[in-house]
Design a protein around this ligand. Structure first.
Ligand SMILES: Cc1ncc(COP(=O)(O)O)c(C=O)c1O
Length: 414
């Protein structure tokens, strides 16, 4: 069978495909694997209990079951949830958003697919525009989302060495060059894979640059405030009429309901609604029904702050300690964990590539993600891209600890 250009592009080997295959198998059929790979949220008992109760309440009432499963929402998404989100954000942050500024999608992964291809690629006047990542490493899931190849461009970060074993990436504004070939600037905050929390100063500068160039600033807030709030560092939430803020229910503990939330200029959110209709008729409504009460009451923020954030913070601190114990004497550094559910490990003198290290660990039953996938759009050669791996600490403690011990043994062998 021969495939179209689109077919070929979307069936090639992709980092996100390998990651999701590893993750999906490890969490379903092959449970002996130590899953330190993809970003599946952890099993947070307090959250599971809330969902269990909500599902039980729904199951008791036929009308609620019908609302949960039996209705296509409009292409912009569940109207009640959109209303509740608008109220929540405006009350919390005094933002001026209206219902037309919000569109729901089937997970934020598909929101990014629509956003990137809406703005980047070939224009009717034959010009070609790209999405700029001002800070790499950046989220692996963006890398293969362009319908047209080469729609991303990125610049190297500045590296700040902190108290050993920590370091931190910063946007290198001297390297960042934006011209009329850039359609939008995009950052994840907290950043997947590094756990970096871009500072308020960095965000304000990026906002200014975006406005000066009359392009939007996309902020991927999949782990951010006010939900799921997997953030260990103070940072001000950001939105204005030039920002496209993307959120998700996944990291709250609901990845399978596939609910993404985009808050942006109406021109963008209404375009997404039109694309939703063509691609999926209507975004999945199960997540909207499940969290509606929590959003209306504001409990979604309290649960994030009181249950979800401490769960991940404790795991992060514990995991850093295990690494420091197991890696003693090895040459390594850890990106300062300021949020999200990952540690980004840098081995400056790794004698093999990070991909080879991933393969060796996989053979020993430990899944991580090779760091080289996290530099979408970076065209400069940089040894650093083959010296890092990402590991998640979201899964069960004994597995994370054992995985780290095996990683230490493997690094010592190398
Ligand atoms: C930074 C970031 N953005 C977007 C996504 C996509 O998540 P979802 O499609 O489940 O909302 C993820 C998932 O891991 C992520 O880490």
């Amino acid at each position: 069978m021969k495939f179209s250009q689109f077919g070929l592009k979307f069936t090639q080997d992709a980092g996100i495909l390998s990651l999701m295959e590893d993750l999906g198998h490890a969490l379903t059929v092959n449970q002996n694997m130590m899953m330190l790979g993809g970003g599946n949220p952890g099993k947070v008992p307090g959250v599971v209990r809330i969902l269990q109760k909500r599902l039980a309440d729904i199951a008791k009432d036929p009308e609620s079951v019908y609302r949960l499963l039996g209705i296509y929402d409009p292409p912009q998404g569940n109207v009640k949830l959109i209303r509740a989100l608008v109220k929540l954000f405006n009350d919390l942050y005094e933002w001026p958003i209206q219902e037309e500024n919000v569109c729901l999608t089937n997970g934020s992964q598909s929101a990014f697919f629509m956003l990137f291809n809406l703005m980047a690629g070939q224009y009717p006047d034959e010009s070609f525009k790209k999405i700029q990542f001002p800070l790499t490493p950046e989220y692996i899931g963006y890398a293969d989302e362009g319908i047209t190849p080469h729609i991303f461009t990125a610049s190297k970060p500045r590296i700040e060495m902190q108290n050993p074993p920590f370091f931190k990436y910063h946007v290198d504004f001297d390297r960042l060059s934006i011209d009329d070939r850039v359609a939008a600037i995009c950052v994840s905050r907290p950043t997947n894979p590094t756990g970096n929390m871009l500072t308020d100063d960095e965000i304000n500068k990026l906002d200014r640059i975006a406005r000066e160039n009359q392009i939007p600033l996309i902020i991927d807030n999949a782990y951010g405030v006010p939900f799921p709030q997997i953030v260990y560092q103070k940072a001000t939430p950001f939105w204005n009429d030039n920002t496209i803020l993307c959120m998700s229910l996944s990291k709250l503990g609901l990845p399978s309901v596939r609910t993404g939330i985009v808050i942006g200029p109406a021109e963008i959110t209404q375009a997404l609604a039109k694309m939703n209709a063509i691609l999926t008729l209507s975004p999945v409504g199960v997540g909207s029904q499940l969290v509606l009460d929590l959003v209306e009451s504001g409990d979604i923020c309290r649960i994030s702050r009181e249950v979800i954030q401490p769960f991940y913070r404790t795991k992060m601190q514990q995991t850093v300690q295990w690494i420091q114990d197991a890696f003693s004497g090895l040459d390594y550094a850890i990106h300062q964990p300021e949020g999200a559910m990952f540690l980004w490990l840098w081995f400056p003198n790794l004698p093999v590539s990070s991909l080879e290290l991933y393969e060796r660990l996989k053979q020993k039953g430990v899944l991580v993600v090779s760091g080289h996938y996290f530099f979408p759009g970076l065209s400069e050669d940089w040894d650093h891209t083959a010296q890092c791996i990402r590991m998640t600490y979201s899964q069960e403690n004994t597995m994370v600890k054992r995985g780290i011990e095996i990683m230490a043994e493997t690094l010592r062998e190398l």
